[in-house]
Design a binder for this molecule. Sequence first.
Ligand SMILES: Cc1ncc(COP(=O)(O)O)c(C=O)c1O
Length: 400
Amino acid sequence: MSLFAVSLSRVQPSATIAVTQKARQLKAEGRDVIGLGAGEPDFDTPENIKEAAIDAIRRGETKYTDVTGIPELKKAIAAKFARENNLTYAPEQCYVAPGGKPIIYNAMMATLNPGDEVIIPAPYWVSYPDIVNLAGGTPVIVEATAEHGFKLQADVLEAAITPKTKWLIFNSPSNPTGAAYTREELKPLTDVLLRHPHVWVLTDDMYEHLTYGNFTFVTPAEVEPQLYDRTLTMNGVSKAYAMTGWRIGYCAGPAALISAMAKIQSQSTSNPTSISQWAAVEALNGPQDYIAQSNAVFVRRRDMVVDMLNAAEGIQCATPEGAFYVYPSCAGCIGKTTKSGVTLQSDEDFATALLEEEGVAVVHGAAFGLSPFFRISYATSDENLREACTRIQRFCANLS
Ligand SMILES: Cc1ncc(COP(=O)(O)O)c(C=O)c1O
């Protein structure tokens, strides 16, 4: 009898974590490696948020809390949704978890039965299909192609819906492409969903605050209020406030779904860390100027990276609306041979050879379900990015 559960065989280890580990290992061996794999801001958590956590410790806010979060945080979440997204949620409809990832996990665990299908547009965040598999559902991958700016088209969504479809997982701005939907781009999708009342929407708005220029963020239940009763709107403090290590994600949705998810959380992690919850209250209720400051840095980096990548032979890179990723095509490099004699047959070969020959760690597109591309996270210093892009240009120039 095997020690391990059958469900484990349905899950892959995270490719993004694997790349980060490989880069770390090469660095430890003394190699000069620039890691562009990590999906977290390189900034420190703002001082006011840290102070709120320290105050919470001093006040003795160090005990178990309600499983789904302290009332003060639920109130701050409801106020955030009203203020920024025109969505009205009662605090009881709000739910806090130890990160955004457990929200997706708990929602899938609470709702999926064998055979239930979950539509996931590719390229997707690596965890979506694995979470669906682990929860016993069936991921249905649909392509959001480069020709359409990596945005799902209404006819593609319509064709993927079956009587077994339970959820659409929607993510804007996207990890890995940075693509974000305008109201005009989202409306045709919500129109399709209106015609299929059995399909629920999990919208992962984790990168809401990371959009650039005049872009206006919108979320499905805001664009189509008739979807409110079957939408789980998810967000978190990890990316917007440089709080990845604090582990706080939040969401709001129909009360029955929220209480089903609470049941799962009550028998797994219990409440998210009390101290982090108080920090998140300050993040949501406190001054928001940190967001504009960090976005000014991110947009400058995005523009530099896009320009430098487009100057590399065989690489084509679109300018995304948000997040801190770009998703360039390496189609022009496939079939060519590197200076050390490796023929590149896939984006995985491209990423492996780039790491071996130039010490630049990127994540290959196949990990996100759309090839031949690779993902660069520009949440690292300007110097690192400039050097990494120079190396990519050299790597491409040396292909024959
Ligand atoms: C699209 C997306 N959703 C959710 C998460 C998870 O965030 P958290 O660190 O809060 O679990 C990430 C993190 O990389 C992400 O990129």
